[in-house]
Ligand binder design. Structure first.
Ligand code: UT7
Length: 325
């Protein structure tokens, strides 16, 4: 068995910034409520002409550039997304063509906000088994397109973005040390996009094309899921929690992160948080955070990094890795 390591990382967010005060002009909310209940201060929002693949391609190009590889050497493109441009073709096929990964297979992974952890696990297992040597793994979503801007329970939370990594085969014991994935379909109704799928292809009510959420239930799941994912992935990797230099959690709500910090007793400084700038970018939140943490000097060669997330489904997942760049 082999392992896989990250050799390139990149991210991209749309230019348009929507602040909490901007939202308070269209819905009954306030900057104070959003900041205290979530930690979010602003988010990035795509225009009508920009789709998920547009963001994914830009993030991928940056990751490929940093890795120094020839796109022809990419064997597989895996994209975690729940807001694809179209049901088919997949975002991964659009990216494969755009970046010139002419020798790669391509697939999307649907696990909502857990998408990047799922996609990374799929790609790293292809590499561990020897099926492939090089993978492009992306988390990309444009959930602001699926928001009811009159629903203050959801419209204040989400933003758009994409992040990507290039994975390369390496020896066992370095790079990605373990993956841990989990799902609990009993919670399928707590976070839903009811319209537009095969159950309700032409919803009569426009609102059914939008995200609907039971925030309290998702919150309860999230706290437990993040804690369990971190403990389980660390155990699988044979790593003690105190050996982890940086935990990069899904950026949904700083109160969720604070609960996990308290429960596991890991110092808060070892949790990376940038949700104040971007809101919840779904599958993109973790790879954007990896990119920012790396470029901001918060990750050094040899560090043990844990990435942990949760999302609709309900799903959760984690990867733990030794940083090799
Ligand atoms: O990637 C997964 C995505 N989803 C999540 O991560 C969601 C997880 N859940 C959460 O983050 C939190 O549950 C929320 C931020 C969504 C809500 O926070 P909460 O502390 O659970 O608030 P709540 O739903 O209990 O609402 C408290 C009050 C309610 O008013 P009343 O009934 O007490 O009068 C809500 O109507 O706050 C009201 N409220 C708002 N007020 C101002 C709900 N949303 C807003 C808002 N602005 N945007």
């Amino acid at each position: 068995m082999k392992s896989s390591k990250i050799i390139g990382v990149g991210s991209h967010v749309p230019e348009k910034i929507v602040t909490n005060d901007d939202l308070a002009k269209i819905v009954d909310t306030s900057d104070e409520w959003i900041k205290t209940r979530t930690g979010i201060e602003q988010r990035r929002v795509t225009d009508d002409q920009t789709s998920t693949s547009d963001l994914a391609i830009k993030a991928a190009q940056k990751a490929i550039k940093m890795s120094g590889i020839d796109p022809k050497d990419i064997d597989v493109v895996v994209v975690g997304t729940c807001s694809p441009d179209t049901l088919f073709p997949s975002v991964s096929c659009i990216v494969q063509n755009a970046v010139g990964a002419v020798n790669a297979s391509a697939l999307d992974v649907s696990a909502a906000c857990s998408g990047f952890n799922y996609a990374l696990s799929v790609a790293s297992n292809f590499i561990s088994l020897g099926t492939y040597k090089t993978a492009l793994v992306i988390g990309a979503d444009t959930l602001t397109k699926y928001l009811n801007w009159q629903d203050r329970n959801t419209c204040v939370l989400f933003g758009d973005g994409a992040g990507a990594v290039v994975l390369k085969q390496t020896e066992k014991g370095s790079g990605i040390l373990a993956n841990y994935l989990y799902a609990d379909g009993t919670g399928k109704e707590f976070l839903v996009m009811p319209g537009g799928g095969s159950r309700n292809i032409r919803p009569k009510d426009e609102e059914e094309r939008c995200i609907s959420m039971n925030g309290k239930e998702v919150f309860k799941f999230a706290v437990k899921a993040l804690e369990n994912s971190l403990v389980n992935v660390a155990k699988l990797a044979g790593v003690k929690l105190e050996e982890i230099s940086l935990v990069i959690p899904h950026q949904a709500n700083v109160r969720i992160i604070d609960h996990v910090v308290k429960k596991l007793g890991i110092p808060k400084e070892r949790f990376f948080v940038n949700l104040q700038k971007y809101g919840n970018t779904s599958s993109a939140s973790i790879p954007i955070a990896i990119d920012e943490a790396w470029r901001g000097g918060k990750i050094k060669k040899g560090d043990i990094i844990a990435i942990i997330g949760f999302g609709a489904g309900l799903t959760s997942g984690a990867n733990i890795l030794k940083w090799e760049v």
